[in-house]
Design a protein around this ligand. Structure first.
Ligand code: CP3
Length: 338
């Protein structure tokens, strides 16, 4: 029986190595990704299972990460729900969702029918990866996905979604409910297709005040985590670790991914020994730091987490100008435990 280090740590079992994978480990910093993307659009790459699997495997072949994450986007399942979406490079909607009528128009997601390519990609990956490697499925959290649906494109000030929180909160909540129920089914289908762990990304929780987080992010994150955590280890990544830490703790996710606003030592002191922590090397350091600087930052993290269940990752996704030799250097260092 092969041991999967990521799952060992996820189940709080004793382990002697720190497993590592990186958010956005597949993508533009890899030349083999850029060359595929010259031939295929981002959406084609997500919707063609052979292609999506190949892209998921690109960083694995180079760096032998302990986890392989499905290549897709947090917005792809909304296409199955009836959203007309493209990527340029971020998500862009033909018709943003602003009214109750727009929300009613969305169909509940039926994963086998609407996103068969995601499930097929996971099935291919399951066959391609070594038995000691874990397959990671994922999904966006309702608030983050709703932000894109309401804004219609990347926004610097989130003015539309802020307006909705103030003026028509019931419409926003109807949208969040609908996304929550669909995403639970989506993640359960990913589990059946072979995912060993899943991560929920709530990147834009960062823009919320405490009371807004409690009203528009927390209940939906919690409902998703509660629906899944008895079936599979669930990682919650809600950005804004520092400002939301005590409320994130109340979600009771078994694994919490920490961004760079907090040290892992601070997070460990809050969460205690029964929550696995993931993170949190600064992606800027990995991209722009000298090897000495990277080494120093990695050593600090490993020292802080000694004896605590820890999955090594970044505080956010890999940046697109990250040199690949920095990534190999990082993986070697974490493997060697120095
Ligand atoms: O981690 C992985 O390797 C798996 C694939 C993955 C992508 N997006 C591929 C992608 C995952 C897990 C995501 C999540 C995602 N998508 C989030 C949450 C995590 C985060 O980074 O905060 C968010 C907010 C999105 C929305 C999104 N999709 C944006 C803002 C953009 C464009 C800008 C950018 O950061 O690249 C995308 C497009 C996208 N999703 C690309 C990739 C590789 C780039 C597409 C390209 O130009 O080739």
């Amino acid at each position: 029986m092969h041991i999967k280090p990521l799952l060992q740590v996820a189940s709080l079992k004793k382990h002697d190595i720190t497993p590592i994978w990186l958010m956005r480990q597949a993508g533009r910093y890899l030349k083999e990704y850029r060359s595929l993307r010259e031939k295929y659009s981002f959406l084609e790459s997500c919707q063609n299972p052979e292609l999506a699997a190949e892209i998921s495997l690109q960083p694995y072949k180079r760096f032998s990460f302990d986890g392989v994450i499905l290549f897709s986007d947090i917005m792809t399942p909304t296409i199955g729900m009836g959203v007309d979406l493209d990527f340029a490079p971020g998500p862009v909607l033909k018709k943003p969702i602003r009214t109750q009528k727009d929300v009613d128009f969305l169909t509940a997601l039926s994963p086998e029918e609407h996103v068969p390519y995601v499930l097929k990609t996971l099935q291919i990956l399951k066959k391609e990866i070594r038995p000691e490697t874990s397959l990671i499925g994922f999904c966006g959290a309702p608030f983050t996905v709703a932000s894109y649906l309401v804004e219609g494109k990347h926004s610097n000030d989130f003015s539309r979604v802020r307006k909705m929180m103030k003026e028509t909160p019931a419409v926003l909540k109807a949208l969040l409910e609908k996304l929550t129920d669909s995403f639970i089914l989506y993640l359960k289908a990913q589990v059946l297709a072979g995912a060993d762990l899943i991560q929920i990304f709530d990147t834009w929780a960062e823009i919320l005040s405490e009371s807004e987080y409690l009203e528009f992010a927390f209940p939906y994150e919690k409902k998703m985590v509660d629906a899944l955590k008895s079936e599979i280890p669930v990682i919650l990544f809600a950005k804004g670790s520092k400002k939301h830490i005590y409320n994130i703790q109340k979600v009771e996710a078994p694994i919490v991914s920490i961004d760079t606003s907090l040290t892992l030592k601070e997070a460990k002191d809050v969460f205690g020994s029964q929550t696995v922590l993931q993170g949190n090397l600064d992606p800027e350091i990995l991209q722009n730091g000298s090897k000495e600087r990277i080494r120093e930052a990695v050593r600090k993290i490993l020292a802080e987490m000694k004896g605590h269940p820890h999955i090594f990752n970044l505080g956010h996704g890999v940046l697109k100008a990250t040199p690949t030799d920095h990534v190999s250097y990082l993986v070697d260092m974490v493997r060697d435990g120095i």
